[in-house]
Design a protein around this ligand. Structure first.
Ligand code: NAD
Length: 263
């Protein structure tokens, strides 16, 4: 299948690591033009170095900062004259006791994973309208569909699914599709890096990190393992492709069968 992505200008946020990095690598294979944003500039620069024979622009962007997002989108449009695809992916997660979960952390998570996608979508809409075509994919989570016990994360990812649905209706009039992917647990630094979910799960279960992650996969995921980042990237890239353009307002599970609901 020809995905029609050659020379499309694609913004990916949170591109320095995990799913965002795999998404960027996938678009590079399709010969898209990459505009990559992250707070981790070093990670972006390393990724850029590894991507051969493809146009890549990287910028240090804090998506929780409106000015930083505005400058980035303007820079991309100035450099390439257009923006075709937006992948809202930057995110994080934190386990914690619900009754004592810090309000400030909840707010930061909302800035990062709820307001940032709205802000960036709004900033890109004028360029999509100019093209007469555009595509947005938001990285939500299956925990936006069924609870994972992470109060801020579950709440905000559910909001992302509704944001996706609302924008899909709004943007259809100017030929833009808007979808979400809902990954189950994915093999990324969000789980494996020091202090992240794997360590938090180990703390909660009294197991070692790897043992805790394996136990979680075996007891919760029918396929018995976490996804690889490129298995999520494949879904993101397909949803933004030309052959998938009639698909809009969808929140696609990529979860090894973990979601039990039929909707
Ligand atoms: P990751 O930690 O590997 O990557 C997240 C990236 O976001 C990092 O490069 C980080 O620097 C960047 N980032 C964080 N705050 C930022 C900010 N303010 N501005 C710009 N960039 C920022 O995590 P991941 O697993 O690749 O997660 C990517 C997305 O996928 C997140 O939205 C996450 O919620 C979602 N997700 C992950 C999983 C999973 O199990 N890993 C499951 C479902 C959904």
């Amino acid at each position: 299948m020809n995905l029609g992505l050659k020379n499309r200008v694609v913004i990916v946020t949170g591109a320095a690591s995990g799913i965002g990095k795999a998404v960027a690598q996938g678009y590079a294979k399709e010969k898209a033009i990459l505009a990559l944003a992250d707070i981790n500039l070093k990670g972006l620069q390393e990724l850029k170095k590894s991507l051969k024979d493809v146009e890549v622009y990287v910028e240090k962007v804090d998506v929780t900062d409106a000015k930083s997002c505005e400058t980035f989108v303007k820079n991309v449009a100035k450099k390439y004259g257009r923006i075709d695809i937006l992948i809202n992916n930057a995110g994080t997660a934190k386990m914690g006791d619900m009754a004592t979960f810090p309000e400030e952390t909840f707010r930061q998570h909302a800035e990062l994973m709820m307001y940032a996608p709205v802000r960036l979508t709004n900033l890109c809409i004028p360029y999509f309208k100019k093209n007469g075509w555009g595509s947005v994919v938001n990285t939500a989570s299956i925990f936006g569909k069924q609870p994972g016990g992470l109060i801020s994360y579950d709440t905000i990812k559910a909001a992302d699914i509704m944001i996706t649905k609302d924008y899909s209706s709004y943007c259809a009039a100017f030929n833009v599709n808007v979808n979400a992917v809902c990954p189950g647990p994915v093999d990324t630094p969000l789980w494996y890096a020091d202090g992240q979910l794997g360590d938090q799960l180990a703390g909660a279960t009294g197991m070692k990190k790897k043992e805790a992650i394996d136990w979680f996969a075996k007891t919760n995921i029918p396929m018995g393992r976490y996804a690889k980042p490129d298995e999520i990237a494949n879904a993101v890239i397909f949803l933004s492709s030309v052959p998938a353009h009639y698909i809009t307002g969808v929140a696609l599970n990529v979860d090894g069968g973990m979601v039990k609901s039929t909707i």
